[in-house]
Design a protein around this ligand. Structure first.
Ligand code: PLP
Length: 404
């Protein structure tokens, strides 16, 4: 008789977005005439940039000809893409990352979920609270998190690092020493980030205690402030303690196209064992490459036209972010984020819980956002709005909220 991986039974269930969908569906059914504005889910809405589309068309034509047809991609990804990444995302910023330290993937969700596989079963993980749920859930599935306490909504073997307005959303070094530290900067859901000096402190800490940092830089393209690092490898010593994960989803609108990469420096070792070698082995066994057409699309994001077009797209979303931020502040809300990330994190008014504010906004303004408590206990009393909507809808939503 087969047995299941019992760890899956421990997962409390991803109620957040399904509960939101159910509440919105029930409300729209009861109020079919209402015009709902959705600023909840972190998905992009603008079409792919023309330079990307042109590269994809060209690659499709290549696939139609036996002379230029491509089958399986090389294990680590095509050289043309890895070189473009090394040059543009690293060398141009003074970071020493070689093309063969870059592993092309189908996105940061898979990489951030899979990376735990190369670490020992008894590794202690530390996460920010609130947190992108994939880091914790992937460790639950592999049996690394202990037991779940439904009252506190925490796992017994996970180290939580609260990020709240009290500490400026900057995680503090935990009391217990972790083995694996997940950092997502700029952050989803809070939309906040840390300075390069603060990140350097984390790199120094990780090197000191012998921990590895899994650094999720999915929102790097939204950084606007000069003292914020675009890569953890801008910090001295990061090559011996950090794995960086990147995504083309938010900077280039590839959420439906699927492309990302992981950087595992060759200096990152556990004794004599190189994590680079382990990840290469894992990648070679379990992943057969991102599609050629998509890797060509990724390469096009680094062309001069591609860069200019993506810059304009990011600016479009950040115009929304800044409108939401200033509009809410004018209406008396306490607001965070929205400067280096496309997320606005607001304090709910009148001590409302995150879900109470969700209902209030849904019913009174017909605006859908995301309750902060869905991202972890320290998210209670906060609420996330995204800048990924259209400018018109964002303005309309703001006007409605300001009238409340
Ligand atoms: C922090 C963070 N990491 C990773 C992802 C997923 O990225 P990808 O689309 O590359 O899988 C998201 C998506 O919302 C995210 O917020």
């Amino acid at each position: 008789m087969f047995k299941i991986n019992e760890n899956y039974q421990k997962l409390p269930g991803s109620y957040l977005f399904s509960t939101i969908a159910k509440k919105v569906a029930a409300y729209t059914q009861a109020n079919p005439d209402k015009d709902m504005i959705r600023l909840g889910i972190g998905d992009v809405t603008q079409p792919l940039a023309p330079a990307v589309i042109a590269a994809m068309h060209k690659a499709v034509d290549e696939m139609a000809d036996a002379a230029t047809f491509r089958g399986y991609a090389p294990d680590l990804g095509y050289e043309f893409l890895r070189s473009a990444i090394a040059e543009n995302d690293y060398k141009s910023r003074g970071c020493e990352i070689a093309p063969d330290e870059i592993f092309v993937s189908d996105g940061a969700k898979s990489d951030s979920a899979n990376i735990q596989e190369i670490f020992a079963q008894d590794s202690r993980i530390a996460v920010c609270d609130p947190v992108y749920p994939v880091y914790v859930d992937s460790n639950v599935m592999s049996g690394r998190t202990g037991s779940y306490d439904a009252n506190t909504e925490t796992w017994s073997d996970v180290i939580y690092m609260p990020c709240t307005m009290e500490n400026g959303f900057v995680p503090e070094f935990p009391k217990e020493t972790p083995d694996i530290i997940y950092l997502c900067l700029p952050n989803n859901p809070t939309g906040t980030t840390v300075t390069k000096a603060q990140l350097q402190d984390w790199v120094d800490y990780a090197n000191r205690v012998g921990a590895v940092i899994i650094y999720d830089g999915a929102y790097e393209a939204y950084i606007s402030e000069a003292d914020v690092a675009h890569s953890i490898y801008e910090c001295e010593g990061a090559r011996t303690c950090a794995i960086e994960l990147k995504s083309f989803s938010k900077n280039a609108g590839f959420t439906g196209v699927r492309l990302g990469y992981a950087v595992v420096p060759k200096d990152l070792k556990c004794g004599d064992v190189s994590l680079h070698g382990m990840w290469a082995r894992r990648h070679g066994t379990k992943f057969n490459g991102a599609p050629y057409i998509v890797q060509r699309a990724g390469e096009a994001t680094y062309s001069p036209e591609g860069k200019a077009q993506l810059k304009a797209q990011v600016a479009y979303y950040m115009k929304n972010a800044s409108a939401i931020k200033s509009g809410l502040q004018a209406a008396g809300y306490t607001v965070f984020g929205g400067v280096n990330a496309p997320y606005i994190w607001l304090k709910t008014p009148d001590k409302m819980t995150s879900w109470e504010f969700f209902d209030y906004l849904l019913e009174q303004a017909n605006v859908v956002g995301t309750p902060g408590s869905g991202f972890g206990p320290s998210g209670e009393g906060y609420f996330r709005l995204t800048a990924f909507g259209s400018y018109e809808n964002t303005q309309k939503a703001l006007e409605r909220i300001q009238k409340l």
